[in-house]
Design a protein around this ligand. Structure first.
Ligand SMILES: Cc1ncc(COP(=O)(O)O)c(C=O)c1O
Length: 479
């Protein structure tokens, strides 16, 4: 029955193994802080940052790296990103204000918020942070606020609608590439309409993870910057946003096997491998398998710095690379990684509350957590958890389980995938979700039923004399 259940083994770090090897500390953490509890270990951020930095250094490109802090709510990751030399990309008044309160200078902050309320604009203009503008109404608001404050506002324009061969890339964000020339010409060059907006650069952030699309978008931004330059408006930077891939999984063969088995299961050629045989984006219509996997590409061959290198070393028809052109024009390239900067930074630990067989003979293992505590835009988190049995040597058979959550929703299934385990967990055993700091632990976390939000702990100490000290775990709230 379990032979077709694929495994998806996560990439792990030494600190994770050290922690997972100390059951008494894990039990003490869950006892003290409740279940689930999130652990952050920020050392890996340096390696992630260096992966980007080294590519810019190798290409000798003027650059700036901003951490998209929407990927994780803790203060510690933002502080660490700033300490590494990064700027911070903020997406709300609260994110922006908290950065200032932590002592990060306004010059290191940018505001890309999808909706910028007046208080956010007032604060950013007052402190002199760059605002990335999305539409005409926002321009009017920023101009009005700047007028009130007798100051200039530093701005860039977000652009979308890039051409990709015959198609255009739709986005609800930003100015349409076809309309922006006329808009900037009319309002910033040929009139004083926005005389308090001090233009510095262009910005895009594309949905999805395509290197190809980013090459096209950057090419078109560089061309647009040259056009503006001819009209007397200099572009200092082009910000190519986030969406830079990271890899969660050890093994491509496992990923390929999972993809094959899912297709077979959806096509009813094997038993189900997901809850209610959910297709995660795939479906069978009139006997034909359609759609595509709507999950993050958890296995990826080209990640982080290599992903950026592929974009910047793309050769245009002149034989120059996009990096060369940026350098020639004196344009700084900016990126805003969120998820990929947090690779290997987080674990989420949850406690088993109950086990039961449902009416379809599936084992359901209820966890003291809910689906929003492991949720991103991905249709599932396709990474195997680690189960820590309190008692190692009890009798038990291999078993397949679904992990279920505490919300009163049929769909509160923590992982859609059926997970093969050596034995059925017991009440009080721990389930550890690996590499959850980027979006998974925070992005959609909610408090329905008045459940408290999970505690976020920081553990940056190494193991001393083989021991981990409970006192070394700091609550991020108290930082
Ligand atoms: C404007 C902007 N920049 C950067 C990011 C970060 O993207 P990622 O976490 O995929 O790197 C996002 C994510 O939604 C975004 O909207």
């Amino acid at each position: 029955m379990m032979t077709n259940l694929p495994t998806l083994t996560p990439i792990t770090s030494l600190w994770m193994h050290q922690l997972m090897g100390d059951k008494s500390i894990l039990n003490a953490l869950v006892h003290k802080y409740g279940s689930p509890v999130n652990i952050h270990h920020t050392d890996s951020m340096e390696e992630n940052y260096n992966s980007y930095y080294n590519v810019f250094a190798e290409l000798e490109l003027k650059h700036k790296i901003f951490f998209a802090r929407k990927a994780n709510k803790t203060k510690v990751v933002t502080q660490k990103a700033y300490a590494l030399g990064m700027g911070i990309d903020t997406a709300s008044l609260q994110e922006y204000t908290q950065c200032l309160d932590m002592g990060i200078p306004a010059s290191a902050l940018i505001v890309t918020a999808a909706v910028k309320n007046r208080r956010l604009v007032e604060k950013a203009v007052h402190h002199g942070s760059l605002l990335i503008l999305d539409n005409k109404d926002e321009c009017e608001l920023v101009q009005a606020v700047a007028q009130e404050q007798h100051k200039k506002a530093i701005v860039g324009f977000r652009i979308s609608g890039f051409f990709l061969n015959e198609k255009r890339l739709y986005s609800r964000f930003g100015f349409d590439l076809l309309a922006i020339t006329e808009f900037i010409t009319a309002n910033l060059i040929e009139s004083d309409n926005y005389k308090l907006l001090e233009y510095h650069g262009l910005h895009f952030h594309l949905n999805g993870y395509s290197i190809e699309e980013r090459k096209f978008a950057l090419t078109q931004c560089l061309a647009f910057a040259q056009l503006l330059s001819k009209k007397g408006l200099r572009t200092d930077f082009i910000d190519i946003g986030g969406g830079i891939l990271m890899n969660y999984l050890k093994n491509k063969a496992e990923w390929d096997h999972f993809n094959l088995q899912l297709r077979k299961a959806i096509g009813e050629k094997t038993t189900e491998i997901t809850f209610e045989n959910q297709g995660l984006g795939l479906e069978v219509v009139n006997g034909v398998l359609q759609g595509e996997l709507k999950t993050y590409p958890f296995w990826s061959p080209v990640t982080k710095g290599n992903f950026v290198r592929k974009i910047l070393s793309h050769q245009t028809h002149t034989g120059e690379t996009l990096g060369d052109i940026s350098k020639k024009l004196g344009i700084e390239i900016r990126i805003e990684p969120g998820r990929s900067l947090l690779d290997q930074v987080g674990l989420t630990i949850a406690k088993v509350a109950f086990r039961k067989l449902d009416s379809r003979d599936n084992w359901l293992v209820g966890l003291e957590m809910n689906m929003t505590q492991l949720l991103s835009g991905s249709a599932d988190f396709l990474v195997d958890p680690v189960v820590l049995y309190q008692e190692q040597d009890f009798e038990g058979e291999p078993v397949a389980v679904f992990f279920t959550g505490a919300y009163c929703l049929e769909r509160d299934i923590i992982l859609k995938r059926k997970i093969a385990l050596p034995k059925l967990p017991k009440i009080g055993d721990l389930v550890i979700f690996i590499n959850t700091a980027g979006y998974m632990m925070h992005f959609f976390e909610s408090s329905a039923h008045l459940f408290p939000l999970a505690t976020n702990l920081v553990w940056n100490r190494t193991v001393e004399n083989g021991k981990i000290d409970l006192a070394h775990f700091q609550n991020d709230e108290n930082l």
